[in-house]
Design a protein around this ligand. Structure first.
Ligand code: SAM
Length: 231
């Protein structure tokens, strides 16, 4: 293994904002870690944690938690958060499959899922982070009105997700087929992650979806004015 990666693995273990066994925080993130009652946003498959760090800078009165299994990637976001004294940030180095062991029902208010692996083989479709299996997991941690934002470069994964959301009777608020060719003025949606930059350089289209798990009223985030929500 590359020396640099090993160094990051050992360094990340000393970071006060990064956890690989976070079960003790379940239901107690506000009390034990953030020490405030502000809403929690998750970034799943966060990689280097661009959403977590950028949103934490922009919204000091909200809390942000990035989740990924790859420590050498998380290291970047966690280090930046420590250097900038962003006390509203945590990172979890865990499989997303175990997230219900870490958050109580309704403990999470919003989820971003930027460029999760598409797991293109049909035999692996349950590993996709927008499969029915994961939608059930999100139902157990996210508030009823909480929004989920999903980005992908993969048209098949995008269509798969739309089909799952219809099957699961989720409320789809925004569908954008080609994000960077649509005059979207929302800074958050337009924020480019590491993979997004790679896909754009390769000439790929970026697809974006915003949905909630029930049909309840949209709260907390305005969808871009240029796009109409679909039923
Ligand atoms: C294609 S990368 C995208 C990284 C980042 N979101 C970006 O846009 O640059 C997908 C990330 O998801 C993580 N990942 C995929 N499945 C996961 C799982 N079940 N649990 C934890 N991390 C997972 C991988 O480790 C990887 O860092």
């Amino acid at each position: 293994m590359a020396k640099n990666k090993l160094k990051k693995y050992s360094e990340i273990k000393t970071f006060a904002n990064t956890f690989s066994e976070p079960g003790a925080f379940k239901g107690k993130w506000h009390e034990l870690y953030f020490r405030n009652n502000n809403g929690i946003t998750l970034e799943l498959a966060c990689g280097w944690g661009e959403y977590t760090v950028s949103l934490a800078r922009k919204y000091p009165n909200r809390n942000f938690i990035g989740v990924d299994i790859k420590g050498a990637r998380l290291w970047r976001g966690a280090k930046t958060a420590l250097e900038e004294h962003l006390n509203n940030v945590a990172f979890l180095r865990i499989p997303i499959e175990t997230i219900e062991n870490v958050f109580e029902k309704n403990e999470v208010e919003e989820i971003w899922i930027p460029f999760p692996d598409p797991f293109s083989k049909k035999s692996k479709k349950n590993r996709r982070l927008t499969s029915g299996k994961f939608i059930e997991v999100y139902r157990n941690i996210l508030t009823n009105t909480g929004l989920i934002h999903f980005k992908t470069d993969d048209p098949n994964f995008f269509q798969f997700t739309l089909d799952v959301l219809k099957q699961e009777k989720c409320a789809i608020h925004t569908v954008i087929e080609n994000l960077h060719n649509n005059n979207v003025e929302d800074d958050e949606i337009m924020l480019k992650t590491t993979y997004e930059k790679k896909h754009l350089s390769a000439g790929k289209k970026i697809h974006y979806l915003c949905f909630s798990l029930t049909g309840e009223a949209l709260r907390g985030k305005t969808t871009p004015g240029t796009l109409s929500p679909i039923e």
